[in-house]
Write a new protein. Structure first.
Lengths: 108, 410
């Protein structure tokens, strides 16, 4: 399987806290991937059932005086699949600079 | 370029740039989001995230969203509008207004694009209007007349689509108009600004070409825009078809099985084919962006304090560097280190231009520090945004296939 740099970055960001709900801007910052590249990847993951999405509670957003945010959460399938991506990336020297040891341990 | 021109042009351009990149990122983002379908979740998502982005990053973040909206939202809209075997289109209207199926843009969207083109055309037309040698009010009046004529030309090219003779006549009239403006402008530059004939002619030709380009783009957009009645009919059809497609997608989703046992992820999950832009269209878009980039880069080049020829030489160098940056971003896409190095180099270059321009505005024009900073930052932001857009377009261009490739693909 071919793995790209941006995929590994997004996967690493999502798996950095696999049980947590993530949202777009935060993921973009965490992964260092531009939103123009990241959103299509997220959309594909959603389409393939690796992620589920949802909206922040209106009450919470209202309290912060902003529109509700869209959250992404890894499914069990997604955790396994992205874990596999990270394990494969760890073996590939190209991805060494972006593979934090903690993330890889967690993925394995 | 001479000082009065700079002063006259700074404010309309400044206003547009402020609106888009500066103080109204929320409004700009809402406009950008119109590119998405009404029911696309990205509309709400990006609005929700805007307020989490630090204020200083917002203009750049909003500029990035334009890139996504163009390639995700717009392509989604076009895909949704493409006739398919699912559902029936309003055949009567389609046959009457668009028998060839070229009208892929909705009425509202097409009209909005044309308005944007007309507004952008006001800039070169205002330059041209200065050649009449009137005072400020008179110049703006002439600008308005030229803008109306320009919009009329766009409409005229569309209305005479079925009448080749009238169309040729219109094209001749427009060409004569531009030739007149070119002559006036050249004379103005040689007499009022004491430019050499060659430089004056070059400047005037570029101005006329930019304005003519906007008119042709506007006519092309109009040719691809559906009339209001057809647009409404298509929208109703699309909504019905979309509801059916969503129902089918939900059914298909329920049947998907991911090969968990091997922890495999299918390649097409992550390697979506983003290169959907045809080579010719992509190359033309990049060419247009580079042409537009000439304007801010020429302003920036003035800060070197050279004579007219020297300024144009610097402009050409900056344009080449700008094209190099677009290509460089594309070529280093898969190499993060080189990409980072390139980004740093480009950022350093823009920073240097920004500081030079600030100093130039402060010393030569006696601008206060704040307006000088604001103008210099906007200039840099506009040029940088054009480079980013260019690199984004390059990233989406499908490679040109050779005959052999075609054979293999077939």
């Amino acid at each position: 399987m071919r793995i790209t740099y941006t995929l590994v970055q997004v996967a690493a960001a999502l798996m950095s806290d696999a049980g947590k709900r993530h949202w777009g801007y935060e993921l973009s910052k965490l992964s260092g991937v531009r939103s123009g590249v990241m959103y299509p990847i997220l959309q594909r993951m959603l389409d393939d059932g690796l992620l589920v999405d949802g909206w922040e509670a209106q009450a919470h957003a209202g309290k912060a005086k902003r529109p509700p945010r869209r959250y992404y959460e890894l499914t069990d399938v997604g955790k396994t699949a992205l874990g596999a991506v990270l394990v494969q990336a760890r073996r590939d020297p190209r991805f060494q600079p972006i593979m934090a040891p903690g993330i890889v341990r967690m993925a394995t | 370029m001479d000082a009065p021109i700079l002063h006259a042009l700074a404010w309309p351009t400044l206003g547009t740039a402020v609106l888009v990149f500066g103080f109204a990122p929320g409004a700009a983002l809402r406009l950008i989001l119109l590119l998405y379908r009404r029911d696309h979740p990205r509309r709400q998502e990006l609005l929700g995230e805007l307020y989490a982005v630090p204020r200083i990053e917002r203009p750049f973040w909003v500029a990035q969203q334009l890139e996504i909206a163009l390639f995700e939202g717009l392509s989604g809209r076009l895909a949704a509008r493409r006739p398919s075997s699912v559902g029936k289109l309003d055949d009567t209207l389609m046959t009457r207004h668009d028998s060839a199926g070229h009208r892929v843009l909705g009425f509202a969207f097409g009209a909005a694009v044309v308005v944007v083109l007309v507004v952008l055309d006001a800039i070169p037309l205002n330059w041209a209007a200065q050649a009449f040698g009137l005072d400020s009010g008179g110049t703006w009046l002439v600008t308005v007349i030229l803008v109306v004529a320009s919009a009329g030309a766009m409409l005229g090219f569309e209305l005479t689509r079925e009448h080749p003779r009238r169309r040729v006549l219109l094209a001749a009239v427009v060409a004569v108009g531009y030739a007149g403006l070119l002559g006036l402008r050249t004379e103005f530059l040689t007499t009022a600004a004491a430019e050499s004939v060659l430089v004056a002619l070059l400047q005037s030709a570029m101005l006329a070409a930019i304005s003519a380009g906007f008119v042709l783009c506007g006519a092309a957009v109009l040719a691809r825009t559906r009339p209001l009645g057809l647009s409404r009919s298509r929208a109703a059809t699309r909504r019905a078809r979309q509801a059916a497609a969503e129902a089918r997608a939900a059914q298909a989703q329920a049947m998907v099985r991911t090969p968990l046992a091997h922890c495999e992820v299918t390649e097409d999950v992550f390697f979506a084919d983003h290169r959907g832009l045809r080579y010719a269209v992509g190359a033309a878009l990049v060419g247009l962006l580079v042409m537009l980039d000439v304007i801010p880069l020429n302003w920036a080049a003035q800060a070197f304090g050279l004579d007219s020829g020297g300024t144009w030489l610097v402009t050409v160098i900056l344009v080449v560097a700008s094209v190099g940056a677009m290509l460089g971003f594309q070529l280093t896409r898969r190499d993060a280190r080189r990409h980072g190095l390139l980004v740093s180099t480009v950022a350093a270059g823009y920073l240097a231009l920004l500081m030079l321009r600030m100093e130039y505005l402060g010393t030569v024009f006696g601008e206060a520090l704040l307006p000088a900073i604001l103008q210099a930052v906007l200039l840099t932001a506009i040029s940088a945004a054009l480079v980013l857009c260019g690199s984004a377009v390059l990233a989406r261009i499908a490679p040109r296939l050779t005959g052999e490739d075609d054979h293999v693909r077939g």
